[in-house]
Design a protein around this ligand. Structure first.
Ligand code: SF4
Length: 455
């Protein structure tokens, strides 16, 4: 690869001014993390970075395949680039990520979107210098959606979006094959990074001043099973917790079927790990969970919630819910609302089921109407408002640890997230972005808390 890197650097350095690249990542944190590495590689090759696509010499969309809408949006965006390409034939247009990993997408791009120069999937990050070289020298469509089966490449540079919080992938791929999900088909089988490589990266980030590290993976609590010397996610959490420095640890996403008491114990006992768990429920009906191939029951899910709350009563939870899985009934849906009321999530990410070609669920003849699904979504949002404000009320008058990361809507107001992953607003005469503060909660809203900084 070094060879290709040198060749591209030579071509680009001959230009009057350094070429610019624009990249937009869609979808999950894992994709955002991949996007940061793509920018790192392109910077190494000699590209500068721009936030303005119209002035870029290379435009890359790092895509998501989880919902159909996301894919339609990308086709729209690529279509809009046609005129830019006509005005500037030297412009390189690339599509990568989960959507690009699919054969039928590549076929559609070849047939309909002739302005695209580069398509590469989720396995081909390391091949980028070679692909860019080929595009620059041959000026024809380059496609690489090979499922490379080699070790996870380490040491890829990254241009990180944020200076306060950042993500560190600990594993790639998924073995679960939930019946609605395209991820195992586009990101391959589960592969874990070696603990030494993860610890090194986290330590470097902490030394560079990062205050929050989000460990990333499609199923983080299945971490380590594929290693030569297997370790558990709980063990990894304890190792990262031992790294010295002022930082907090979060992770995304665990799978309820792999959530054990040992896992909750590790969260509770590690002082740097935030006491919040995003535990995707997807449905509160055992019948639907079975159809989804989720491999847990509501009872098993609630055992974990109850155990966490028996150790820390304020342990906070958020979740993902799919509304309108094929042939879901109103009775099934009501079971989901029941679980929401019991758990009192502080946040619910709810989505209407989206059919993904190639998955098992896509083959089911769905009799549930779109109208019902829309109605249920509105009902769920109403219930969510009730339960989250009920959960939030318990924090009134209490002091929370908040990492401030952005300016608020009004002058001198700032927003951040508490350890419980709740949005907190507070006023300050000093700029407090990037600082962790103790905040006494004075007001509770449906979606956030407001308070006074006490130190
Ligand atoms: S655990 Fe299920 S939903 Fe999550 S990525 Fe794997 S297959 Fe998809």
């Amino acid at each position: 690869m070094t060879d290709y890197k040198n060749k591209v650097q030579k071509i680009l350095s001959a230009r009057i001014s350094p070429p610019l690249c624009y990249l937009h990542s869609f979808g999950c944190q894992q994709n955002v993390s991949d996007g940061e590495k793509i920018l790192g590689l392109l910077t190494e090759l000699g590209y500068g970075i721009t936030n303005d696509a119209t002035s870029a010499d290379m435009i890359i969309y790092n895509t998501c395949a989880v919902r159909e809408n996301a894919e339609l949006k990308i086709y729209g965006l690529i279509g809009n680039l046609k005129h830019l390409k006509e005005n500037n034939p030297e412009l390189i247009i690339g599509i990568c990520g989960c959507m690009a990993q699919q054969e039928h997408v590549v076929e559609k791009i070849k047939k309909t979107y002739k302005q695209v120069d580069l398509v590469f999937g989720t396995f081909a990050l390391n091949e980028l210098p070679k692909l860019v070289y080929n595009v620059l020298t041959e000026r024809k469509l380059m496609v690489d959606i090979t499922e490379y089966n080699n070790e996870i490449p380490e040491g890829i540079p990254a241009v990180r979006n944020d200076k306060i919080k950042t993500g560190v992938p600990i594993m790639y791929g998924c073995n679960n094959f939930c019946s609605y999900c395209i991820v195992p088909y586009v990101r391959g089988r589960e592969r874990s990074r070696k603990p030494g490589a993860i610890l090194k990266e986290v330590k470097e980030l902490v030394d560079a001043g990062y205050k929050e590290i989000m460990l990333l993976g499609q199923n983080v609590n299945s971490y380590g099973k594929t290693l030569e010397n297997p370790i558990t996610f709980s063990e990894l959490l304890r190792m990262i917790n031992n790294i010295e420095g002022d930082f907090k640890i979060r992770f995304m996403s665990p799978h309820p079927k792999d959530a054990t008491k040992e896992f909750i114990d590790a969260i509770v006992e590690c002082d740097k790990v935030c006491k919040h768990l995003h535990l995707p429920l997807q449905s509160g009906s055992n019948r639907i969970l079975d159809e989804m191939n989720r491999r847990y029951t509501v009872e098993k899910y609630m055992e974990i919630i109850d155990y966490a709350r028996s150790r820390i009563p304020d342990f906070s939870f958020s979740t993902d819910i799919i509304i309108g899985f094929p042939n879901e009934t109103y009775e099934d849906f009501k079971c989901t609302l029941d679980v929401m009321r019991k758990v009192k999530y502080d946040n619910v990410f709810s989505f209407i089921y989206s059919k993904r070609t190639g998955t098992k669920a896509a083959l089911i003849d769905d009799k549930t109407s779109a109208e019902d699904k829309g109605k249920w979504m509105r009902e769920l949002l109403e219930v969510q408002r009730e339960v989250s404000s009920e959960f939030f009320k318990r924090f009134e008058g209490r002091v929370l640890d908040v990492l401030f990361d952005s300016e608020g809507k009004n002058d001198n107001w700032y927003t951040g997230k508490s350890d419980e992953f709740i949005i907190v607003e507070a006023k300050s005469d000093e700029i407090i972005i990037g600082q962790r503060k103790k905040v006494k909660i004075t007001k509770v809203f449906n979606w956030a808390l407001q308070g006074e900084i006490i130190n």
